[in-house]
Design a protein around this ligand. Sequence first.
Ligand SMILES: [Zn+2]
Length: 466
Amino acid sequence: MRLYNTLSRSIEKFKPLNPSLVTLYTCGPTVYDYTHLGHMRKYTMDDVLKRTLIYLGYHVKHVMNITDVGHLTGDDDTGEDKLEKGAKKQQKTVWEVARFYTDFFSKTMKALNITPPDITCRATDHIPQMIKLIQTLEINGHTYQTKEAVYFDVTTFPNYGRLSKQKLTEKLSGVRAEVRVDPQKKHPADFALWFKSVGRFKDHSMHWESPWGDGFPGWHIECSAMSMAYLGESIDIHTGGVDHIGVHHENEIAQSESASGKPFVHYWVHHAFLNVKNEKMSKSKDNFFTIEDVQKKGIDPLSLRLLFMQTHYRQEMNFSWKAAKAANDAFRKLQDTRGGLAAEFKNLATEAPDQTSVPYKTSFQQALANDLQTPKAIATVWEMLKSPLDSAEKLKLLDDFDQVLGLKLKTTKETEIPKKVLQLAKDRQYAKNNNNFALADALRKEIESQGYKIEDTHGVYKIRKK
Ligand SMILES: [Zn+2]
């Protein structure tokens, strides 16, 4: 397996720390609004990554967070808590908002057939772990306190900026003066580990006691604390959107490595955006569609998996309903093909394993193992189905590939072949066996007039819909 690592900006050979168990952390949703197509692309591609690892023989331990506190509208500690904002807008409590959108997220993931993580963890259930991590950072001399918050001092971490390839001096010049909401904050890139329930957060409804006073955790510390709690101080893969490279993930690295003294993540995998009319699909732009919008258009959510896989995960993708409908048609075609193959397979006397299927399997595997070249893997699926391979082999391969595609093709009903056609086929075979070729030919024509085709391979016949 080879994976593009944002840390090195290159495709690297994947070598897990522990060959028998790959540790995977994927940044999860902030549950203050609806899950939209942009998120669906990210989580689908996370799923494809995970399924690929499993397909290639790895065991995977997967952890994902649910952010239900501390994520401010500005990544740089500005603005208000997204959950509080959502609650105000909808006149609900933050807990109600979190519950509602967590459920919506789960529903969306299920519709997309995304394998649930081994552990899904809520930030609000891990406050003690976060406090402990902040204490360790404090002991190690990486923090300072102001009246408003406890900050991570980025100047104490020489590697800061390694992921985004941005020097601290560059960061400094990029930040506007008015962004510094806390006058006691020393460096604009310093980030809050703990917000105190004072000033702009006086009325924050979620708050806990801590050694620094009543308050709530910053967003970045959540991922570090939960990743370390469930997967250990060093993990193999951490994923997220490209928008997290500059701040969120940079901060995760700084605080995790300053606490443990060990590399936090070995492979950083980042997903490109999904755009609508060349603009990023986002909650703030109000140009987003949910799974319900998709279903209302008569599009099977599973077909979105095909749509997303047709673009490489590191490439921006433009969403259009036209493309979604085309993916839906392709998905139906795959379902029909699988149904037809399953029906035919029932009529096959023997399973004829064939060496000719090997190149397709190899090509599919190699495409995925090469930094998840999903467009190539999908192309291989169609090539295989159009090839002269035996039906039994095609069926076997399609089901094998679907372990990664996740299209649930096995649950597709097999195409029903009418009893009359099956009987005609049997009679034709009988005629052939008795060298009555004239009758056999007549029966073949009769089958064709019923809308079916009959083919002979390896001494067995197969019926398929014309
Ligand atoms: Zn995160």
